[in-house]
Design a protein around this ligand. Structure first.
Ligand SMILES: Cc1cc2nc3c(=O)[nH]c(=O)nc-3n(C[C@H](O)[C@H](O)[C@H](O)COP(=O)(O)OP(=O)(O)OC[C@H]3O[C@@H](n4cnc5c(N)ncnc54)[C@H](O)[C@@H]3O)c2cc1C
Length: 295
């Protein structure tokens, strides 16, 4: 089984670090389909994969199960995500210690989104309010775990201003965040401006852009509404023009994401994180684009 290495070490190597994000399926039956997709993606040798952490109980168990399968059966570097939602410090401690015992050396530490049907994040009695609290807690228990933290080129939806969001990011980085993975965005200029602002705040850790290929117009409208990332007008109109043809929509989405990746790599980003939506084909196309662009 492959030794799990801190991602910050991978980010120090030459060439971009390519990673792919999966979300756990809703049921055990979906796990095999997801593992099959991950196995196909693994043939392109991404540097690591990450597995999101759901807000409800069963999704959480599946999140842990999927991470285990990817680490043990597909032999991937795996970064499980962990959130503060609905857990006490004691419960989080159990999960973190288990991750460490199982050999993981990376965790994406997040506050988390509210569970379905709930409008806002609710602090759990005996739990944490911010990702920075979780970061500090994990570091205090296992200093050898490398922590990813989230950054928002278009500002976190709840933050009153970009300034306050950057202040929160600084607290999170100072608490022990090793690298930033950004929320998805479709306009590279937003990323470059954000990176400048992050640096001007004195935050020096690597910033890895998160890229999502559009695979369906309806799906991306729902996602962008939730995370409040803007769909640029030219992309939206290209997608609308071919809306009735799913394969043409997919092609527009992958071409847009490929152009983003080329532009980001040309400007020296340390890595690309692909929000794969659990679909192997588009993720593979984007990994190939990134490898070709960084030759
Ligand atoms: C790469 C990536 C992966 C993700 N994976 C998951 C996942 O697996 N599961 C999931 O449920 N969600 C996931 N999310 C979504 C994320 O959980 C939400 O965006 C959530 O609303 C905020 O999480 P955070 O870790 O950024 O929180 P925080 O950094 O805690 O920020 C949350 C809000 O509080 C503010 N804030 C933070 N600290 C302070 C402070 N000290 N004082 C005042 N205000 C403060 C921030 O400005 C922000 O508005 C992911 C997001 C990204 C970008």
């Amino acid at each position: 089984m492959r030794e799990q290495r801190p991602i910050i070490e991978l980010l120090a190597k030459d060439g971009p670090v390519l990673s792919v994000e999966f979300f756990p399926p809703k049921s055990q039956e979906g796990v095999d389909t997801l593992v099959a997709a991950a196995t196909r993606i693994a043939s392109r040798k991404p540097d690591f994969v990450s597995v999101t952490y759901g807000s409800g109980g069963s999704t959480r168990d599946l999140s842990v199960a999927v991470s285990q399968r990817m680490k043990n059966d597909i032999d991937l570097q795996v970064m499980p995500h962990l959130t503060c939602v609905g857990s006490t410090k004691e419960e989080l401690k159990t999960i973190i210690d288990r991750f460490h015992r199982d050999g993981y050396r990376n965790i994406m530490a997040l506050r988390g989104d509210p569970p379905e049907g709930q409008e806002a994040f609710v602090h759990t009695e005996g739990g944490f309010s911010y990702a920075s609290d979780l970061v500090a807690f994990i570091k205090s228990r296992h200093p050898d775990i490398c922590l990813g933290i989230a950054g928002y080129p278009e500002k976190h939806p709840e933050a009153p201003s970009m300034e306050s969001d950057l202040e929160a990011l600084k607290i999170k980085a100072d608490a022990g965040g090793s690298f930033i993975t950004t929320q998805l965005f479709f306009d590279n200029s937003l990323f470059f401006k954000y990176a400048e602002k992050v640096r001007s705040r004195g935050i020096q850790i690597p910033i890895v852009p998160g890229i999502m290929p559009v695979l369906s117009l309806k799906q991306i409208k729902r996602i962008t509404q939730l995370c409040q990332s803007r769909l640029p007008h030219p992309l939206e109109s290209q997608l609308s023009n071919v809306e009735s043809d799913p394969e043409a929509v997919r092609q527009v989405g992958v071409e847009w994401a490929s152009a983003q990746i080329e532009g980001l790599l040309a400007n020296g980003v340390p890595g690309i994180h692909i929000y794969a939506l659990n679909i192997a084909r588009s993720a593979i196309e984007l990994i190939d684009t990134a490898r070709f662009a960084s030759r």
